[in-house]
Design a protein around this ligand. Structure first.
Ligand code: CA
Length: 655
């Protein structure tokens, strides 16, 4: 997340713990005397847990007025209280460390809280059975093409949830307006809208969806993007319900697609419920500064991050700069979570695991990876990968420097010994190189050589094909805008990303050449409404109605390319060989077994003929190849005529 993508914000609500509905259905409870189908406690998190994890410990956050005066007890076979801790900043919290042993069965039990006056409060807690074995959570990999969606801006299937007032009781949510004419207001897109168009996404050849965060952002304004979370256990009602989120996951699976959850360990929204009653003196970074200025809190009172992310690797970095990066707040409306507090650290790790189980996730995208405490991030990713060995996590490091990208990948040979446990960093460097390659005139050190030398950097990476490359995202100008509105260049760029030994990610709307020419780089504009997502839209990209010829052509190109990629083992896992740019062309080969896929980029406006002898080592001589876009066949012999600027993708695989 880039700094500018966040603007202001704000609080929250009641707990509707679903486990209580099931309290009476318990059959495994052993000794609890009086099971009550209600909770006396304001909030217990995680709201439920499961049996059968590698890690048998669980730490409950209990929030209730003066709960610090109470002593908890549990009587349930296999569950024991190891330790009870109070917050040092508020008497309204208890942290209960539980051990859930192998003898524990799924079921519900009472947690009883008693004080010296003989008062008793009771909460019903549930341990569920896990839905499937841990190793069956299969993450994304280089066979996947991921569709990134800004949920507020994709499709509004349910106008009834647009206005939060009716839904959250008398006060409603803090941001009252829904206004499609304001790029920084809510527009009404929702989970149901994504579900309704999963078939469209699937048909385009994508195999996974990554929606920006859908947890509640009950902020005063600018909450549409999702990165200012105010309750880490609640879906934003403007996007839908927990049930709808689970349905999205289920419907995606039915189509063979994966769901990736966007999570934020670095910060929360200023209106997060705990900001008004912080449990510890160091729950958030620079808390003293915040509490001193709380009544007049604004950007002037904030100590922001210095955004000097290289301090994570810089062997000369001062402690001052290191702290400035990791402890400063991202922006005034996004308090920096202090993962050095062990209770906060556990809270974040358990929250991630809770969502993986609850929503049957196939992957996590972690925001702002170089901003949290980096030792914590390694522990966080490690804890998840220990529970789910085949899972995938991609971390956002906005750096154009392959040294830094490589540092964050699991298996990197880092001189400081840092092991991130992170399978997939993001390839901002390659995103930029490809754009340069097509915007620049060809010369010795400009143009296509940027791709050639960009890929040459792969020698540095522990596992290049586990890195996620992308043509664009919600924080940068649309690729069509970056490439100055050149359709052919946009096609060539998209093909280049898709053919690399990488996981591929694209941003919704690239397939119809969405742009931000009116105000390049403006975040609200980049995240434009998808045409056809709203009733009454005159253009409908889902049906093709009202699209220009260029748009239809691009949509069809992406669809053909990605559907080929979906089944191409050579692109997923094949050997990569490329040749230095030559006469304004660039040849990239991906091969596995009998399948060789050739990408030929040609920047020449006028027809040229390329002698194929220089590519002899690939062994294609005499073979018949098929153009995956047009279906035309071509016999690989002496030379190839390239009659127009553009990309050719040829395969030895028969159609
Ligand atoms: Ca809606």
């Amino acid at each position: 997340m880039k700094k500018l993508s966040y603007l202001f914000f704000s609080c929250i609500l009641v707990l509707g713990v679903s486990c209580k509905e099931n309290a009476n259905s318990n059959t495994n409870e052993v000794v609890t005397s009086k099971l009550i189908n209600k909770s006396d406690i304001e909030r217990i998190e995680p709201p439920n847990w499961w049996i059968g994890f590698e890690n048998d410990s669980l730490q409950l956050l209990v929030k209730h007025k003066n709960i610090g005066n109470y002593t908890p007890s549990i009587s349930y076979r296999g569950v024991s209280i190891e330790k009870v801790s109070k917050g040092n900043n508020s008497n309204n919290y208890l942290f209960i460390d539980l051990v859930i042993s192998e003898s524990a069965s799924p079921g519900t039990f009472n947690i009883s809280f008693k004080n010296d006056n003989g008062d008793e409060l009771i909460d019903v807690y549930q341990l569920k059975e896990r839905v499937k074995p841990a190793e069956d959570y299969i993450g994304f990999n280089s066979s996947d093409a991921i569709y990134l969606i800004t949920p507020d801006r994709f499709a509004n299937a349910n106008p009834d949830n647009d206005t939060p007032i009716a839904m959250e009781g008398q006060e409603g949510l803090l941001e009252k307006t829904v206004d499609r004419n304001d790029n920084y207001a809510r527009h009404g897109g929702d989970i149901e809208g994504i579900i309704n168009h999963l078939e469209y996404i699937n048909d385009l050849g994508f195999t996974a969806v990554w929606p920006q965060p859908m947890l509640i952002n009950d902020m005063k304004e600018g909450s549409y993007h999702g990165y200012a979370i105010t309750d880490l256990y609640k879906i934003d009602p403007r996007f839908g319900t927990l049930g709808e989120y689970q349905k999205l996951s289920q419907k995606a699976k039915e189509k063979g697609m994966k769901l990736i959850m966007d999570q934020v360990a670095n910060h929360c929204g200023l209106e997060h419920w705990w900001m008004k009653d912080l449990p510890f003196k160091d729950w958030v970074s620079l808390q003293e500064n915040y509490e001193k200025n709380i009544d007049n809190w604004d950007w002037k009172s904030t100590i922001n991050s210095n955004h000097r992310r290289t301090t994570n690797q810089d062997i000369y970095a001062s402690q001052y700069d290191k702290d400035g990066n990791s402890q400063g707040w991202f922006v005034a409306t996004m308090p920096d979570l202090n993962q050095r507090n062990p209770f906060m650290a556990k809270y974040i790790i358990q929250n991630s695991i809770w969502w993986i189980e609850t929503a049957q996730l196939d992957g996590i995208r972690q925001d702002t990876y170089p901003y949290p405490d980096k030792a914590f991030m390694s522990n966080w990713a490690g804890a998840i990968m220990t529970e789910y060995p085949n899972f995938s996590i991609v971390g956002e490091e906005w750096s154009y420097n392959p040294l830094l990208i490589g540092y964050w990948q699991e298996g990197a040979n880092n001189r400081d010994g840092y092991d991130s446990n992170l399978r997939s960093p993001m390839d901002f460097a390659m995103q930029q190189k490809v754009v340069e390659a097509f915007n620049e005139e060809e010369s010795w050190d400009k143009g296509l050589v940027k791709i050639y030398e960009g890929l040459a950097n792969d020698f540095h990476y522990a596992k290049p094909k586990d890195i996620m490359v992308f043509e664009g995202n919600h924080d940068m100008s649309r690729i069509f805008t970056q490439l100055k509105g050149d359709v052919v260049n946009t096609k060539m760029a998209v093909a280049t990303y898709a053919m690399m030994p990488r996981i591929l990610q694209m941003y919704y709307g690239t397939e119809i050449l969405m742009d931000d020419f009116d105000k390049p780089g403006d975040h609200g504009l980049i995240r434009t409404d998808y045409p056809g997502g709203w009733e009454g839209d005159t253009v409908n990209a889902f049906t093709g109605q009202g699209l220009t010829e260029d748009q239809k052509n691009m949509q069809s190109f992406v669809k053909t390319l990605l559907n080929y990629r979906k089944h191409s083992k050579a692109i997923h896992d094949g050997k990569t060989v490329h040749f230095a740019p030559f006469m304004g062309t660039y040849f990239l080969f991906r091969s596995l077994g009998e399948e060789t896929v050739v990408m030929i980029i040609n920047k020449n406006e006028k027809p040229i003929t390329i002698d194929l002898k220089r590519y002899a080592e690939i062994g294609l001589d005499g073979k018949t190849l098929t153009n995956i876009i047009t279906g035309d066949s071509f016999t690989w012999k002496d030379d190839i005529d390239l009659n127009e600027k553009g990309v050719l993708i040829l395969t030895t695989k028969a159609n």
